[in-house]
Design a protein around this ligand. Structure first.
Ligand code: 4AD
Ligand code: MG
Length: 428
């Protein structure tokens, strides 16, 4: 029995486990705010419905007391869930040993992050975690339904996948290895074996930037498939995002209400997504007075400006090859450009997807690795993929936290993972 489903029990007596979140009293009635893992709700404890000793105990219950309660589910239109509970009886399972450290009045994020292990119980934080779970389930289901195999890729890696500036070095039996920045290079190997694959796991980047979009440990889902072209990569990412949003709209209405999310903005997210080239994006920025020249990469202000012109994610494709990773394929019609794409989410959430077509030509790839001063010996296995059975292929990575932040309308992505890791935070 969970709170979120109790509307099926209106008029019935039920019993379930919960925690006390808050309380106010007015003489013969206590209003208890309780939560379980699914939602929160008001419980009315009145003198007339409870044995005397129990009614008096209510006076002393402290925040975060664990309870088993028995009560009647009563329709109440002012409640987010559409009902409240009239208490008949309860037992205390555990009492706090000291006062709950998170006060009822709003606290700042720095304090709350030090208490993250407790803060995740707050209704909004729990709602974000439930939506995250639904998003992850949906994107995996989408890929499974489209005949992709989940193949897990290693976390300890010998080489950089996404540039050498954000590597986390680990001492691996007296050798340096790095925490994975991406599973992509390994996905490219498994894709030649299985044709359509994805990995889902954490990515690590020593991001020194303190922005609302950067974590040092974030989760990506990365599909990779053979005989891909840029259009098919874009379509897959677009359809996956739409599938995830439809799922959240379908299953997470209460959580979206808790978060006060304007769902009309999410309801607009239907195919097709707008597409513009990098060069067109630069023109948009110049018109808006940005001091940018062709060849510059976009930072957060640029991404926000570009995406503010669209109500759906905008697919920006064909970036200058110089600002993209070594593995990106040149555009055959202009060797200055890469067959890559970034999806910029609306409402200022920035890049949620990065992907494209991989260079499949051995000679060009060898030269790119050399030009970028990457240690060739670490890429020998990767180059083998171009020697044997090489075919056009591509894919993308969708950042889970940024996607969840956008869907939930949460300002900072650190609230979209249970225990965020940033440049200045590894505790709790
Ligand atoms: O654009 P990125 O760096 O692409 C890759 O890692 C590719 N190898 C993916 C692929 O083609 N298989 O990262 C992909 C996505 C970004 O679009 C963004 O959503 C997210 O991962 N991301 C981050 N999220 C939070 N914190 C960070 N520091 C992030 N860096 C990237
Ligand atoms: Mg990117």
């Amino acid at each position: 029995m969970i709170l979120a489903k109790l509307n099926e029990y209106i008029g019935e007596e039920i019993e379930f486990h919960c925690w006390l979140m808050g309380k106010r009293s007015s003489g013969s009635i206590h209003f208890l705010m309780i939560r379980d893992g699914s939602a929160f709700c008001q419980v009315i404890a009145s003198k007339e419905n409870l044995p005397d000793d129990k009614f008096n105990t209510c006076d002393h219950l402290q925040i975060e007391t664990a309870l088993k309660i028995k009560g009647l589910v009563v329709k109440e239109s002012r409640s987010k869930l559409g009902f409240e509970i009239h208490l008949k009886d309860f037992t205390v399972i555990s009492e706090p040993s000291e006062e709950y450290p998170i006060p009822r009045k709003p606290s700042g994020p720095d304090f709350l992050l030090t208490k993250r292990h407790l803060w995740i119980r707050a209704p909004k934080q729990a709602a974000i975690m439930r939506i995250r779970s639904n998003v992850i389930h949906a994107v995996r289901e989408f890929l499974d339904k489209n005949d992709f195999f989940c193949v897990d890729t290693p976390i300890f890696t010998s080489a950089a996948g996404e540039g050498t500036t954000t590597l986390f070095k680990v001492d691996y039996f007296n050798n340096d290895v790095f925490l994975a920045q991406t599973g992509q290079l390994y996905n490219e190997a498994t894709a030649i074996a299985l044709e359509k694959v994805y990995c889902f796991g954490p990515s690590f980047r020593a991001e020194k930037s303190k922005t609302r979009r950067h974590l040092t440990e974030f989760w990506q889902i990365e599909p990779e498939f053979v005989f891909a072209d840029l259009d098919s990569v874009i379509k897959l990412a677009q359809d996956m995002i739409v599938f995830a949003i439809d799922r959240v709209l379908d299953r997470c209405q209460t959580d979206l209400k808790i978060l006060e999310r304007d769902v009309s903005k999410l309801q607009l997210i239907k195919p097709p997504f707008p597409q513009i080239t990098y060069s067109e994006a630069v023109e948009i920025l110049k018109k808006k007075g940005f001091n940018i020249t062709w060849g510059d990469d976009f930072g957060a202000p640029e991404e926000t400006e570009i995406s503010s012109n669209f109500s759906k994610p905008v697919c920006v494709h064909r970036y200058p090859i110089k600002i993209k990773a070594f593995y990106m394929k040149e555009d055959p019609s202009d060797n200055q450009l890469a067959l890559g794409v970034d999806f910029l989410a609306p409402e200022g959430y920035g890049e949620i997807v990065g992907g494209g077509i991989r260079e499949e030509n051995l000679k060009i790839l060898e030269k790119r690795i050399e030009d970028e001063n990457l240690p060739k010996e670490d890429f020998l296995w990767y180059l083998d993929l171009r020697k044997f059975g090489s075919v056009p292929h591509g894919g993308f990575g969708l950042g889970i936290e940024r996607t969840v932040a956008w869907i939930c309308g949460i300002h900072h992505i650190r609230e979209c993972i249970a225990f965020p890791r940033t440049i200045d935070r590894v505790r709790p």
